[in-house]
Design a binder for this molecule. Structure first.
Ligand code: NAD
Length: 286
């Protein structure tokens, strides 16, 4: 059985909010950190809205919803993570930002065998591990979007990760959170994004070269291959900045053209058209 009760989640964007929700719904006490009071309030609203929707759809009772909210707390001070048993970092896909967070977590988290996990999609775990004085306790725990719905979690040990950390991470994912784990080596993109990202980039290239409209590209894969969502809609769901950052990390890792982000993707990121979270991307969301 797991000895994890107190979880810290760094970042309350799409993924951080979802991960915090999954943990709190599973009975864990969850503290969420964001950069500013404003970002924290946005994240809190996102999380509460998601719980309300789940209650409306009958996925949890009103009592369970309230108990889940009671298990959540919010802070802008990572120092408040001192008593955490596990911390899951889910901030922007940027190596420098993540490295700084792991350095701070290393200083503030007091439990000697605490797990320091990252939800990164593509940044080498070993780089985050060696930024700390406890590289054996750093591991990738990679959830999928939306985290409360998607059953898969990738577990990615760095070269430095200890067997005890891997085992406890897997117990958390399976026994406590009820997710389905798969293991992957610490190679950019792991399993799912290594397959998914080249496909998404191909769809952007196809749209950019005018071969078909965005709707027809998406309908092609939805109706022709029974995908629940076409690739351009999926880019919008993931966030175009995140897709571009993952592609950049993978390109840096493998130096192969299929991972190179097409110019249109970068221009859309520069224009702030990041997808659903920004109100517009390949489609408009009002
Ligand atoms: N979007 C997806 O589909 C998806 C799926 C799996 C994994 N991921 C990974 O999850 C991570 C987050 O992605 P996202 O989609 O939630 O991005 P997002 O843009 O929705 O959220 C990122 C959040 O991080 C916060 N943040 C930035 N710096 C911070 C700091 N120093 N301290 C605390 N918070 C900070 C931002 O304020 C923002 O709220 C990335 O590593 C991404 O690769 C994303």
């Amino acid at each position: 059985m797991t000895d994890i009760e107190r979880v810290g989640v760094v970042g309350c964007g799409q993924m951080g909010a979802g991960i915090a929700e999954v943990c709190a719904r599973s009975g864990l006490e969850v503290m969420v950190a964001e950069t500013t009071g404003e970002a924290l309030e946005l994240g809190r609203t996102r999380l509460i809205n998601s719980l309300d929707k789940a209650a409306e759809r009958g996925k949890l009772t009103a009592q369970e919803r309230d108990a889940t909210v009671d298990r959540l707390s919010f802070t802008t001070d990572l120092g408040a993570f001192a008593d955490r048993d596990v911390v899951i970092e889910a901030v922007v896909e940027n190596e420098q930002v993540k490295t700084e967070i792991f350095q701070i977590l290393d200083q503030v988290v007091t439990r000697p065998d605490a797990i320091l996990a990252s939800n990164t999609s593509s940044i080498p775990l070993v780089k985050l591990a060696v930024a700390t004085s406890r590289p054996d306790q750093v591991v990738g725990i990679h959830f999928f979007n939306p985290a409360p719905v998607q059953r898969l979690v990738e577990i990615i040990p760095a070269l430095t990760t200890g067997d005890g950390t891997i085992q406890r991470a897997e117990e958390l994912v399976v026994d406590v959170l009820g997710k389905h784990p798969i293991r992957a080596q610490d190679r950019s993109g792991f399993v799912v994004n290594a397959l998914l990202i080249p496909y998404l980039l191909s769809a952007v290239r196809m749209f950019e070269s005018g071969i078909a409209s965005r709707e027809d590209i998406d309908s092609g894969m939805e109706l022709g291959c029974a995908h629940p969502m076409g690739p351009l809609r999926l880019c919008d769901l993931i966030g175009l900045d995140t897709v571009a950052s993952i592609a950049d990390s993978m390109f840096q890792e493998y130096k192969e053209g299929l991972y190179a982000a097409p110019p249109l993707l970068q221009r859309m990121v520069d224009a702030g058209r990041l997808g659903r979270k920004a109100g517009s991307g390949f489609y408009d969301y009002g």
